[in-house]
Design a protein around this ligand. Structure first.
Ligand SMILES: [Fe+2]
Length: 243
C-alpha cells in the first residue's frame, strides 16, 4: 500500500492592488500618473509636506538662531537714562520705560533675548507711576540701583532696593511707583517668547492707574522669609510661589 504524500499548497500571491483601487478613486481615471516632482509640488499646495524631502535639513547636532551677545551695563545704563529724558511713564507716556535685549540672531519683530526668555532694562523716575497690568508671562526683577520705589503686586507693596530680587507670578496685577527723586533702574526677566510660542500670551490693563494697596508693605517678606517655613495653616489658593 502506497502512502499518499501531500505536497504543500503553493498559491500565487494575489496581485497587488493599484493605488487607485485602494483609494477607490475614479476622478483621475484616464489622467496620466504624476511624476514624483509633480506629486511633491501638488501636495504642498494642499498643506501636506513630504517628509522625505527634508532629509537635507536634518542636523547632526542641535541648531539655534540664538547668537552670543554682550550688552555692557555701562552702555545699557546710559541708554535707559537717555530714554528717561525722552519718554515719560504713565498718562500720555509709556506704560513701561523699557529697553529689551534683542538677540541679534532673531528676526527684528521677534521679542526675545533667547528663544524662550526675554531680558530688559527698566527705569522709573522719582514720583512716576507705572500703571498696573497683568499678563501670563511671569517676571523676575533684579534691582540695579535707586531707592524709594515699590512694586504693588496683587495689592501688596513690595520695596525695591538695590540688590533686591523680586518675583511677579503669572497673571498677578502689578504696577510700580517711586517716592524718591533718584531714578530706579532694574533688570526684568520674563518668559515671554516661551509663552508666546505656546499660544498662551494674554495681557490686561487694570481699570485705573495703580491697583489699590490692600496689605501692609513687604508683608510677604514677614510671612515667607523664615528659612523656608510657612505660617501654620497657610494654604494659598494659587499655585504660585509667594510674591
Ligand atoms: Fe508687566
Amino acid at each position: 500500500m502506497m502512502a499518499t504524500v501531500r505536497t504543500p499548497c503553493r498559491r500565487r500571491p494575489p496581485m497587488a492592488k493599484t493605488t487607485q483601487e485602494i483609494a477607490g478613486r475614479k476622478d483621475s481615471e484616464g489622467s496620466p500618473p504624476l511624476t514624483l516632482r509633480e506629486f511633491e509640488e501638488t501636495v504642498r499646495t494642499e498643506h501636506l509636506y513630504p517628509l522625505w524631502v527634508a532629509t537635507a535639513e536634518r542636523a547632526s547636532r542641535p541648531r539655534t538662531p540664538i547668537q552670543p551677545h554682550v550688552w555692557p551695563w555701562k552702555h545699557l545704563r546710559r541708554r535707559i537714562l537717555e530714554a528717561g529724558d525722552l519718554i515719560p511713564v504713565g498718562g500720555e507716556g509709556a506704560d513701561r520705560r523699557v529697553l529689551t535685549l534683542h538677540n541679534p540672531g532673531l528676526p527684528g519683530n521677534w521679542v526675545g533675548t533667547t528663544h524662550t526668555l526675554l531680558a530688559s532694562i527698566q527705569m522709573l523716575h522719582g514720583t512716576e507711576v507705572a500703571p498696573s497690568h497683568r499678563h501670563t508671562p511671569a517676571a523676575l526683577r533684579f534691582i540695579k540701583e535707586g531707592k524709594g520705589a515699590c512694586t504693588v503686586v496683587n495689592g501688596e507693596p513690595e520695596s525695591m532696593e538695590k540688590g533686591d530680587f523680586l518675583l511677579t507670578p503669572s497673571w498677578y496685577w502689578h504696577g510700580h511707583y517711586s517716592e524718591h527723586e533718584e531714578p530706579m533702574l532694574w533688570m526684568d526677566g520674563l518668559d515671554v517668547p516661551l509663552v508666546f510660542t505656546l499660544g498662551t500670551n494674554f495681557y490686561e490693563d487694570y481699570p485705573g492707574e495703580l491697583q489699590p494697596v490692600t496689605s501692609s508693605r513687604d508683608e510677604s517678606i514677614r510671612r515667607f522669609s523664615g528659612g523656608g517655613l510657612l505660617p501654620v495653616g497657610e494654604r494659598k489658593a494659587t499655585r504660585n510661589s509667594p510674591c
